[in-house]
Structures are given as structure tokens and as C-alpha cells.
Design a protein around this ligand. Structure first.
Ligand code: 4AD
Ligand code: MG
Length: 477
């Protein structure tokens, strides 16, 4: 007898065959119907048990969460809701799940409750669907770049540089647990460095990716990134995955084209390959929204929103144009923003970003040519001497999903910038070498993978789209 996944059994290929399937019990009703799921698909296989044929003690172990091996015949189902079912001949219990103790019962659990159960939440339909979509999107990311001639570069996790210059780094030390270095007061000295050097967990692989782009031409990274920002928002994690392509000879316009094309293609991949999960997630959202007032409900159902983004051109506007729009807008009844944009040069707050995307343009927006003062040191200075070739992509419901730029390739201007910001030139000697030997126009961007998964699944909190979220309150598991 062959072993199949639930997904395989639900396709019509195995009808009337003797089959074996392993999985976890979702529900067991009327002492007769087991809904079994193995994670391969959102749908369960119904297994029909003739309880008189089985030992009572065995049947008692069939509770939600128990792991079973079931053998039987795959037949057409007479019941509603499924096309096939297994007429069970044998049941083997891999492991039971005490209904008094097992927390994932067949009822609606809140997302907050499930965050406390991060090791078990993937057994719910919602999290299984999210994580399958996440996996598909990761594959789509690699496929997009590999298909388009990019090389995958593994940039270091432990690094001496602070790419973003924001000082939001986790320090790495060679702390010896047996003989911890102690301060004068006998406390553990957490300031001990990495074999004598000051290092931290990477905040971005960009600077290292730039070095590879200047030899391999088109590269990308896709790896974990760390930010020690103590922001408790639904959009920030202390550990997140970032995708960073970097391309030699690309200017900012080519960079925008790449980012837009890339995002559309990975979203299309999800639409083509994850439809059942997306339909489930869309229905979940619609059910949730029924309890909300009309004004707070989203204007478009999830799948329509994904199609809208993949079919429509992103609106490209300069920072200066955006400031003018914001100044002349009346965002609410009080006719003002909480944070006023009085002065050219101020950073946009999320309420401004949301207004531009959700109310004004009603589509994804690429904002570019930001004031140099609010952006990182490596961005290319424009002829006006005050703006840089930076771009942010803003998405409905998400805000910033991409941050990128054309890089400053001119040694003298880069040196001036570094000096003005008080950055130690010696620390960036290798980065400056790129501008001394065969420098060229180049650009790239970073896309926060979890923000993409948030958008694609319609979820509202970034903690729910990564298996084990790292936030200021949560580093368990
Ligand atoms: O805008 P950021 O900081 O840009 C960079 O790190 C550049 N070095 C990227 C590059 O040009 N290669 O971060 C890029 C993206 C943001 O737009 C956002 O999507 C995501 O990374 N991001 C976060 N996602 C989750 N949690 C956080 N704390 C994040 N910080 C940034
Ligand atoms: Mg940014």
C-alpha cells in the first residue's frame, strides 16, 4: 500500500485505491468522521470509521491534535463538503493529545493567544496557510532573480559595519560562559568584543552586496537581518528577513523598474500557486471584518487587492511633489495631519505615507529624491546638492515595503559625506576601494520579506507571518 499526502489524495488520481496517510486529527465527530490534515494543503481528508470494528481504547485516543497513520480505501464521498473520503481499515496512533491539555482546540483562537503558543500555532488552518504562502514567496524570490541572471550572495551575519548608520545594532561578543569576563564590580562584562574587535549582527547586507555587484554585475542577498530598534509596532521585528538586490550600471530609474517588476512577479507567483490558501485567508478576513464598522473595512477583498497591485503601474512621485500634495490636503474632519509637514526636509510619518497611498493615489507609490539629511550616507547626491537618489516603495495597509537608492559612486563626494557625518573613514576602507578601482553607477534596494508576506496574506501584525517572532517582548522558543 502506498503512502500519500492529503493533497495527493484529494486529487482524483487515486480513487478506489488502497492508501495510507499520516496526519494530525483536526476533528473527530459522531464517533465516525475523522478530519485529518498533514500540512500539505488547507483541506482535510475525511476518514470514515466503522466504530464497531475498532477497539474502544484505540478510538478514545482519537482526539484533536493526535497523530495518526490511517490505511483504507479511497472512495467517492456521499457526504457534503468533500469529493473523496477514506473508508478506514486500520488506525495506528503515533501519539495522542490529551484534550484537557492540548491548547489548539477546534474553535476560534485569537491571534494573541496563538502568539503565546508559537510552537503549536502552525497546526491551525490560518498559520499553516500563512506559512505555505511564505514558503512559496521565498521560492518565487529566488526564481525571479535566478531567471534574470542574478547571483545569490551570502553576506555576513556578523559584521563590523553599520550599513544604515542608525546605530540600531545588536552587539556580538565572545562571552565565555565558564569564565565570563567580569567588570571591576564582579558583574558579567557584556561589552567584551568579538575576539577583540567590535562587531554586531548585520542590519543590512547592502555594503557587502555592493562589493559583489562590482564584480558579478547582478547580485542579491536574502537572509536574516537584525535591528535593535525598540519599536513595538505591527510592522517591526528585531529579526527579519531582507531581500537585497544590487546591480552594477543601474541608475535609480532602472532600480525602480526592477523593484516594481520583482514585486509584481512574486505576487503573481502566489496568485498562481497558492490560490486555495489565499481564498482561505480572504474568507478569514471577510469573517473578521463583519464585526467592524463599514468605514474600517478594507475596500478590496484580498485576492482582488493582489491582482490590482500586480496589474497596475506604481505611481512615481518625488519627495518634493509629495510634500506639496500633503500641504494642500485635508486628511480628516479636523483638516490637518497630527504631524504637520511645515518644512521641506522633514521625514514623512506613517500617517502621511498612508494618506498618499490609500487616499490620494489609491495605488502603490514610489517616492524618490528625498532630502539628503534624512537618508543614509551612501546615497547618490543630486545636482541640486540637497536631495539624494533614494526611493521608498509604499504599499496600502503596509506603508514602506522597500527602501533603496542609487549609490554614491564618486569618491570625493562620498568622502565629504562621510566626513560631514563623523563616520570613521578607516572603517570603510574596503567600501571606499570600490570607488577607487573601477567605480561605476550602481543601485539596489531592500525589501522586508515579512512586510511582503503581510501584504500577500492580508494579516495585520508582522508577528503572525514569521514562525518565531523576535520582538522586545518575545525571544522565547
Ligand atoms: O529602508 P531600510 O532600512 O533599507 C536598508 O536597509 C537598505 N540598506 C536596503 C538596500 O538598499 N539594500 O530597510 C529596507 C526594508 C524596509 O523597507 C522594510 O520593508 C524592511 O526592510 N524593514 C523591516 N522589516 C521588519 N522589521 C524591521 N524592523 C524592519 N526594518 C526595515
Ligand atoms: Mg527605509
Amino acid at each position: 500500500m502506498n503512502t500519500f499526502s492529503v493533497k495527493e489524495l484529494l486529487s482524483p488520481d487515486h480513487l478506489h485505491q488502497e492508501v495510507v496517510v499520516n496526519g494530525w486529527v483536526k476533528t473527530y465527530r459522531s464517533n465516525r468522521f475523522i478530519a485529518l490534515n498533514d500540512g500539505s494543503t488547507i483541506n482535510n481528508i475525511q476518514c470514515v470509521v466503522d466504530f464497531e470494528e475498532f477497539d474502544e481504547n484505540l478510538l478514545k485516543q482519537i482526539n484533536t491534535g493526535a497523530a495518526l497513520k490511517i490505511s483504507g480505501t479511497l472512495v467517492e464521498s456521499q457526504g457534503k463538503g468533500q469529493s473523496v473520503e477514506i473508508q478506514v481499515k486500520e488506525i495506528m496512533v503515533h501519539g495522542g493529545a490529551d484534550p484537557e491539555a492540548y491548547p489548539i482546540q477546534p474553535k476560534k483562537h485569537s491571534l494573541e493567544f496563538l502568539r503565546e503558543k508559537a510552537h503549536l500555532r502552525v497546526r491551525t488552518n490560518t498559520f499553516a496557510a500563512i506559512m505555505r504562502v511564505r514558503s512559496a514567496l521565498s521560492f518565487a524570490v529566488h526564481q525571479y532573480f535566478q531567471k534574470n541572471g542574478f547571483f545569490y550572495v551570502h553576506t555576513p551575519i556578523i559584521t563590523g559595519s553599520d550599513a544604515e548608520g542608525a546605530g540600531e545594532m545588536f552587539r556580538v561578543s565572545t562571552l565565555d560562559n565558564k569564565k565570563p569576563p567580569l567588570t571591576e564590580d564582579g558583574e558579567i562584562d557584556y561589552k567584551e568584543d568579538f575576539f577583540g574587535k567590535e562587531t554586531n549582527l548585520t542590519v543590512s547586507g547592502q555594503l557587502e552586496a555592493e562589493t559583489y555587484a562590482m564584480g558579478l554585475g547582478k547580485v542579491y542577498t536574502f537572509g536574516p537581518t537584525f535591528r535593535a530598534e525598540n519599536s513595538n509596532t505591527s510592522r517591526h521585528l528585531a529579526e527579519f528577513w531582507m531581500i537585497e538586490p544590487e546591480v552594477a550600471f543601474n541608475d535609480l530609474d532602472a532600480n525602480m523598474d526592477l523593484a516594481e517588476d520583482f514585486i509584481k512577479e512574486v505576487i503573481n507567483y502566489a496568485l498562481e500557486n497558492c490560490m486555495e490558501d489565499l481564498q482561505f485567508l480572504e474568507q478569514r478576513l471577510l469573517d473578521e471584518e463583519k464585526s467592524k464598522p463599514q468605514a474600517e473595512r478594507s475596500e478590496m477583498p484580498l485576492i482582488e487587492k493582489l491582482k490590482f497591485v500586480s496589474d497596475n503601474t506604481f505611481k512615481r512621485v518625488t519627495y518634493t511633489e509629495a510634500i506639496d500634495i500633503l500641504r494642500n490636503s485635508k486628511p480628516n474632519k479636523k483638516k490637518q495631519f497630527k504631524y504637520l509637514i511645515d518644512e521641506w526636509g522633514a521625514d514623512l510619518q506613517s500617517e502621511h505615507e498612508r494618506f498618499l497611498v490609500e487616499k490620494h493615489f489609491k495605488c502603490p507609490v514610489i517616492l524618490f529624491d528625498y532630502p539628503a539629511k534624512i537618508k543614509a550616507f551612501y546615497m547618490r547626491l543630486n545636482e541640486d546638492g540637497k536631495t539624494v537618489r533614494a526611493m521608498d516603495i509604499l504599499f496600502p495597509g503596509i506603508g514602506e515595503i522597500v527602501g533603496g537608492s542609487q549609490r554614491e559612486e564618486r569618491l570625493d563626494i562620498l568622502l565629504e559625506k562621510i566626513k560631514a557625518l563623523g563616520i570613521d573613514e578607516k572603517e570603510l576602507w574596503w567600501y571606499l576601494d570600490l570607488r577607487k578601482f573601477g567605480t561605476a553607477v550602481h543601485s539596489g534596494f531592500g525589501l522586508g520579506f515579512e512586510r511582503l508576506v503581510l501584504f500577500a496574506t492580508g494579516m495585520g501584525n508582522i508577528r503572525d507571518v514569521i514562525p518565531f517572532p523576535r520582538t522586545p517582548q518575545n525571544a522565547e522558543f
